[in-house]
Design a protein around this ligand. Structure first.
Ligand code: PMT
Length: 400
């Protein structure tokens, strides 16, 4: 493993995060965010405003963070607003109220949180959360624009049920989603910024009749790991997902069922993409005839199902690839390298990642995988570990 890969391994842990909490109802989710941070083995220091204390207590947060929580009564000669921002690698403000946003944008430093913002010389990411009208208010929008122009990462609230009883824009992302945004900023490289990555993931379902299909055990985890890693590296992601629930935060998702639908979706998005990663386990065959009604067993003996070949999506786009980078996967049970190289050549791919789907802790459904990346010159690189970690390393290799 070269130095860069070594340095990038485990980049998500042992990070130093300063978390600012202002007084909005979404603050009730923050204890869960603190747990997410600690689960990643990161350290967190917390500053909360006096009004935030109406929604969540310093005691709860200090118990979960394992540290004292700073409030306005700590604003003294120990200059916590300066020291904390010097200690931290990133300043996360969630929820960020209209009031606190306004102060940030206008240099008002009248409490510990706003003073820390003014003193901060580190990346800052804010999560505005408020009533929809407050969010749409021209002064809030102006303040967000000012902050964005100054390099603050603003993660806009999403649509959903708001505490004021209406459904609208203003909802703070869930703690695991906030964590993903924080990691995106903390990623050691953003070398895919401006790149568009199309990824296929999960299994296809080839229906025989309305209630039965032919499929495989793909969970979509490997495809999502590739998508998430490219997203951390700054890319825009479209994911074409077979019939499986996936973690899709931050991605545009195109849901498909069959190989034919997946093929259409890939063709429709082909022009958009700079990179196409084909991690889906596509059915090679479908029923020659689809039965419009449930096939009955009564009065029948053995049932012979005739199959016909599906298009080979990777090979079809390999024919028209132009300057796009095509990355395929190979799910093998024997002669791994030989079979993978043959697929790389036959499908005109730039890279193929081969996994032994019979090996333990590898392949289908596992959170782990062992992959060999093979390029067109037949160079081989080995990656083993959590799917999300090795996906990040694989992309590093491809980018270089
Ligand atoms: O989803 P998980 O549970 O995390 O499991 C991960 C995985 C094992 C599914 C993944 O790592 C993997 O190996 N995906 C590819 C599975 C596969 O279909 O391999 P293949 O050797 O049959 O196909 C080779 C390549 O051609 C693949 O990129 C595949 O997407 C593509 N293909 C295959 C058949 C077909 N008709 N059209 C295709 O485009």
């Amino acid at each position: 493993m070269n130095n860069l890969n070594q340095q990038n391994k485990n980049w998500k842990s042992k990070r130093k995060i300063l978390l600012g909490i202002s007084g909005g109802i979404a603050a009730y989710k923050i204890p869960y965010l603190v747990r997410e941070i600690r689960k990643l083995n990161c350290e967190v220091e917390i500053i909360m405003t006096d009004s935030a204390k109406n929604f969540v207590t310093p005691m709860t947060l200090s118990t979960l963070s394992g540290r004292k929580v700073f409030t306005d009564s700590d604003f003294d000669f120990t200059i916590p607003h300066v020291n904390l921002t010097q200690w931290a690698e990133i300043f996360v403000v969630a929820p960020c109220t209209a009031n606190t946003l306004g102060k940030f944008a206008n240099g008002i430093s009248d409490n510990l949180l706003t003073s820390a913002f003014t003193a901060a010389n580190i990346p800052v990411i804010v999560f505005p959360a408020m009533n929809e009208n407050m969010f749409d208010n021209p002064s809030t929008q102006k303040n967000l624009e000012i902050l964005s122009k100054r390099g603050v990462t603003v993660v806009n609230p999403s649509y959903g049920d708001l505490a004021c009883g209406i459904s609208g824009r203003g909802r703070m992302p869930e703690p695991d989603e906030i964590m993903k945004e924080v990691l995106r900023v903390l990623s050691p490289v953003h070398d895919m910024a401006g790149k568009k990555v199309l990824i296929t993931a999960g299994p296809t379902h080839e229906y025989i009749d309305p209630v039965r299909y032919i499929s495989n055990p793909s969970s979509g985890k490997m495809g999502v790991a590739m998508a998430r890693s490219a997203w951390y590296r700054g890319a825009e992601i479209k994911i074409i997902a077979g019939s499986v629930e996936i973690d899709s935060y931050g991605f545009e998702v195109i849901k498909v069922k069959s190989a034919l639908e997946m093929f259409e979706a890939v063709k429709n998005n082909f022009e958009w993409a700079d990179y196409i990663v084909m991690a889906a386990a596509v059915g090679d065959y479908r029923a020659k005839e689809f039965h419009a009604h449930k096939i009955k067993r009564e009065g029948k003996g053995d049932f012979i199902l005739e199959l016909t070949q599906n298009p080979d999506i990777a090979a079809e786009i390999g024919k028209i690839k132009n300057d796009k980078i095509l990355i395929g996967f190979a799910a093998e049970t024997q002669n791994l390298i030989e079979n993978a190289v043959s697929k790389l050549e036959r499908k005109n791919l730039d890279y193929i990642l081969v996994n032994d789907v019979l090996a333990e802790n590898s392949g289908f459904q596992s959170d782990f995988n062992t992959l060999r990346l093979i390029d067109r010159d037949k160079n081989e690189f080995l990656f083993s570990g959590l799917k999300e970690d090795i996906a990040f390393e694989v992309l590093g290799n491809v980018i270089r």
